[in-house]
Design a protein around this ligand. Structure first.
Ligand SMILES: Nc1ncnc2c1ncn2[C@@H]1O[C@H](COP(=O)(O)OP(=O)(O)OP(=O)(O)O)[C@@H](O)[C@H]1O
Ligand SMILES: [Mg+2]
Length: 376
């Protein structure tokens, strides 16, 4: 049995999930008012958790909304997309008779279903004759949801992935099929900000201005710190506010990293948590990640690694080509640093954040890696 209250998966229950009350209510309000939402945040901040929290809230309020969750991060073409969406629908339908009816509604194709022996998750396989058939299947799938008799909320997680599809213009196709739907509403969630923004705010993109935006931020520090205290207390442990503050500061109140540190502190501490427990947990985490960090080093050029280290040492850098930054970290020309920065952003090693007044700054995406780099 696992009694550690600090979950490391996106969502388990309301009790083990911190806040996001306002966002949850807003998402429910949006679906009730027929709006589609684009949900954006950097990775590991809590998008998937928020979606699942919202679905849970919809269920516990007994609202007449069916919820479908599809993670399309592994999709590389239209086939994959249809398969993942079908599997998501099948796992909601559960009953065999309903699944058969759903499959029949997809037209001439004969999907096969099996269940993963370990997770029990449904796996659907479909064979098509032509690519027109595929598009028709997608259309039929959405028509099936539209005619299901209730409002349906479909969350497509890692939505930016559709830009990688080579076989179809997925945005145009989806937009065409989604536009006429009145009962099916969507949450399009993703972390690649520039791709997501381009899809929804570029006048040339099919999804232009078809959704409203939710930019998910960090949890409120005071609320998160109360939550952490509660979780330790419920687990029979005491912890000083100053130690919680230290945990939150060290992990830059970045949800995944804060949860991970709290999880380890909880695991290694006794009834009374002390600063030494926190420090020991930090050492453990950095040690257990070391192989991964060395692997990253191997995959980067020396220049990229040096720039990454320099950014980590600064915490956040807004002028990476400034002479003072180059000199301080013994970096060569601004142009080559800029190249390294761009490719590190592309590899999701660096996070670029732009403030409302247009100032862009860079920080190391992975907080643990950032701390590791600071110390070497
Ligand atoms: N409100 C919350 N309360 C407690 N833990 C949370 C909360 N939100 C997120 N987490 C923690 O942070 C981790 C990352 O959250 P989640 O997977 O939802 O992020 P994400 O934005 O979907 O990330 P990605 O873009 O990589 O898919 C979760 O595994 C969980 O440990
Ligand atoms: Mg996610």
């Amino acid at each position: 049995m696992n009694d550690n209250p600090f979950i490391l998966e996106p969502y388990r229950s309301k009790e083990l999930f911190c806040d996001r009350e306002e966002e949850t209510s807003r998402l429910i309000e949006d679906v009730e008012n027929g709006r589609n939402v684009t949900l954006i945040s950097p990775r590991r901040l809590g998008k998937t958790g928020l979606i699942l929290r919202t679905f849970d809230e919809i269920a516990s309020r007994k609202l007449k909304i069916k919820t479908v969750y599809a993670d399309i991060s592994s999709a590389s073409n239209l086939d994959d997309f249809i398969r993942l969406l079908s599997e998501a629908v099948v796992s909601v339908l559960k009953e065999n008779s309903k699944i058969s009816k759903f499959f029949r509604s997809l037209g001439g194709i004969r999907p096969l279903i099996s269940y993963d022996p370990v997770t029990g998750q449904p796996q659907v396989s479909i064979t098509w004759q032509s690519s027109e058939d595929k598009a028709m299947t997608l259309k039929s799938l959405l028509t099936y949801l539209e005619g299901s008799g209730t409002t349906v909320l479909v969350a497509i997680d890692e939505f930016q992935q559709i830009r990688e599809f080579q076989d179809v213009n997925m945005e145009a196709l989806l937009r065409t099929y989604i536009q006429p739907l009145g009962n099916v509403h969507f949450i399009f969630s993703g972390s690649r900000k520039h791709v997501m923004s381009d899809m929804f705010t570029n006048a040339k993109s099919p999804f232009y201005e078809s959704t409203i935006f939710m930019n998910l931020g960090k949890l409120d520090k005071a609320v998160y710190s109360r939550f952490i205290t509660d979780m330790f207390n419920k687990g029979g442990k005491e912890i000083e506010p100053s130690d919680i503050e230290y945990i939150i500061e060290w992990t830059e109140d970045y949800t995944f990293y804060t949860q991970a540190l709290c999880n380890t502190v909880f695991m290694i501490s006794g009834d009374k948590v002390g600063r030494n427990d926190v420090n020991n947990a930090i050492v453990r985490i950095l040690e257990s990640n070391q192989d991964r960090f060395l692997e990253i080093r191997r995959l980067l050029t020396a220049q990229q690694w040096n720039v990454l280290t320099a950014v980590a040492r600064e915490g956040s850098v807004s002028k990476p080509t400034a002479a003072s930054f180059l000199r301080k970290h013994a970096l060569p020309s601004g142009a080559s640093v800029l190249r390294a920065i761009n490719s590190l952003v592309d590899k999701e090693m660096l996070l670029s954040t732009t403030t409302p007044d247009g100032l862009t700054s860079y920080s190391v995406y992975n907080v643990f890696l950032s701390k590791y780099l600071k110390n070497i």
